[in-house]
Design a protein around this ligand. Structure first.
Ligand SMILES: [Cu+2]
Length: 270
């Protein structure tokens, strides 16, 4: 009983210290530039807070076993505590708590966040302000078209594909894997994955399928300043896979319309 109380006290203190550490470092490794990314961040935070005491419990059990119940230097045997193969109450509680924690995390934040994301995408589709970007993936290139502005294959000054988005405006990405250079079947490409780290999601892009992804950028940024702002293929798609990325920018509304005008000029001159 004394051991159990001692264990309980150390567990509570250790859990509190670790929770504090999680609180301190939880936002150090991510850039969250959209509403969706922030929601994902909150889901990850919540799971970390719930699992931290469980992690502390398991690690402490190990340490406690090694240090408290080891054989002492002058122990000739015969002094060991009562040995038992199993503790049915403990096993029962352990399985019960595990089930409850897992089911709970499935409902919240997993299912609740997905429902939230779904509701956001329905709301964005109704918005007259929705920006549509057609994204084509092929081995090994990303291409961006803006059908609402009559811009096909937007490029930067170096002639490379570039994604430019206005801040505070919902975006619908229409994702296709498609090879316009393939002479008998343009759908003969492979699976890619559209990933913008700062946007908090990624989606597989499948030949023959059209998929949709939604974002609401809330922060300005560019690849030049922060590598979390980039489009990166996240599905191994051949030898060019690691290089299948493009730069991107989230800019103000006026910068965006200036960029659109520049792209229109480029299109008419080519
Ligand atoms: Cu790829």
């Amino acid at each position: 009983m004394k051991d159990a109380v001692k264990f309980g006290v150390i567990w509570v203190i250790l859990s509190a210290i670790l929770e504090w550490c999680v609180y301190l470092v939880r936002h150090m490794f991510y850039t969250t530039a959209t509403i969706q990314a922030v929601d994902g961040q909150h889901a990850a935070d919540f799971i970390f807070y719930v699992v931290t005491p469980i992690f502390a419990f398991v690690v402490l059990m190990l340490i406690f076993g090694f240090t408290q119940f080891r054989r002492r230097r002058n122990d000739k045997g015969g002094n060991s505590p009562h040995q038992f193969r199993t503790n049915r109450a403990f096993v029962g509680i352990w399985i019960g708590v595990s089930l409850v924690v897992n089911l709970f995390l499935f409902v919240h934040p997993t299912a609740s966040a997905m429902e939230n994301y779904w509701n956001q995408s329905v709301e964005y589709q109704k918005s007259p302000n929705l920006l549509v970007v057609d994204v084509y993936a092929r081995q090994w290139q990303w291409m961006y078209s803006y059908p609402q502005y009559g811009i096909a294959n937007a490029v930067n000054s170096a002639g490379n594909g570039e994604l430019v988005l206005p801040v505070d405006r919902p975006v619908q990405f229409v994702l296709r894997s498609y090879d316009f250079n393939h002479y008998y079947d343009v759908e003969a490409d492979v699976i890619h994955s559209f990933w913008i780290p700062a946007f908090g999601w990624k989606t597989d892009v499948i030949p023959g399928e059209t998929r949709y992804e939604y974002a609401y950028p809330t922060e300005l940024g560019s690849t030049a300043e922060n590598q979390m702002f980039r489009v990166q293929c996240a599905e191994v798609c051949g030898p060019g896979h690691p290089y299948m990325y493009t730069g991107m920018k989230v800019v103000t509304a006026s910068q965006f319309s200036a960029w659109i005008q520049k792209q229109k000029k480029l299109q008419s001159s080519s």
